[in-house]
Design a protein around this ligand. Structure first.
Ligand SMILES: [Zn+2]
Length: 246
């Protein structure tokens, strides 16, 4: 059964324009928290299920994040999460930073378009407007359904294997403290609750929200933990504000 909405803001009735703007910003932050969490969960699954990766693990984790958005949510919610989280890849809205060609992650714009392409490819009939709004070139759009099928098949077999190990072990959530932790706590606590029964991990993964001095999130295979840094919240708010100004 697909979820209608995990996001608090989508459940509210909106009355005023400024409330609408605030809600758009909150939805943006929440969608990105989810997508980042799914990416880190991708690293955890690669580790726990010993998924063979031919290429970069970062790309595989990005792909899993899109698939989870596509698989877990009803169309309208999935589209809004996929739309907002595409912008999470664009770290410098002013384009002054040099591309880090040596980095572990692909360049920002490439991750952005891979994300848009894959999500579009999952349902091209309903997502043409989504692709157009996000500037996916027609040339690339042609191959997206095939890219999606390949991704869904590869990750699908990993998920089938996990399901076969049912009931699996639920994730352990460790809430953070401080103002910026609140929204991360509420999104991730609700998400982990929704995932129990949907995603079956073979070992217990701890999900910690904490301040770590930078906007980052990471999976640590030595203690099977995902750390979500609260510094992401001001970073995502800045990203929303700078992209809506531009
Ligand atoms: Zn990663």
């Amino acid at each position: 059964m697909k979820r209608r909405s995990a996001l608090a803001t989508l459940a509210y009735a909106v009355c005023t324009l400024s409330a609408q703007a605030d809600d758009a910003q909150q939805a943006f932050v929440e969608a990105n928290i989810l997508a980042i969490f799914y990416h880190e969960l991708g690293h955890a699954v690669v580790d726990l299920m010993e998924v063979p990766i031919f290429g970069q693990e970062e790309d595989a984790a990005d792909v899993m994040a899109v698939l989870l958005i596509d698989w877990l949510f009803e169309e309208e919610t999935a589209q809004s999460i996929a739309y907002d989280s595409a912008f999470g890849y664009i770290n410098s809205t002013e384009q002054i930073e040099e591309t880090e060609w040596w980095g572990l992650h692909g360049p920002d714009e490439q991750r952005f378009f891979n994300h848009v392409c894959l999500f579009y490819g999952g349902n091209p009939e309903n997502r043409a407007e989504f692709a157009e709004d996000l500037g996916l070139p027609e040339e690339r759009a042609l191959t997206c359904p095939d890219e999606y099928d390949l991704a869904a098949e590869s990750w699908g077999s990993v998920f089938d294997k996990m399901d076969a190990q049912s009931p699996g072990v639920e994730m352990r959530f460790v809430a953070g403290t401080g103002v910026d932790a609140d929204i991360v706590n509420s999104v991730l606590r609700a998400e982990i609750r929704s995932m129990s029964g949907e995603i079956t991990l073979p070992e217990q993964v701890s999900v910690r929200v904490e301040s770590c001095g930078e906007a980052n999130a990471f999976y640590d295979p030595s203690d099977l933990s995902i750390t979500f840094c609260t510094e992401f919240v001001p970073h995502l708010n800045d990203l929303f504000e700078s992209s809506s100004e531009g």
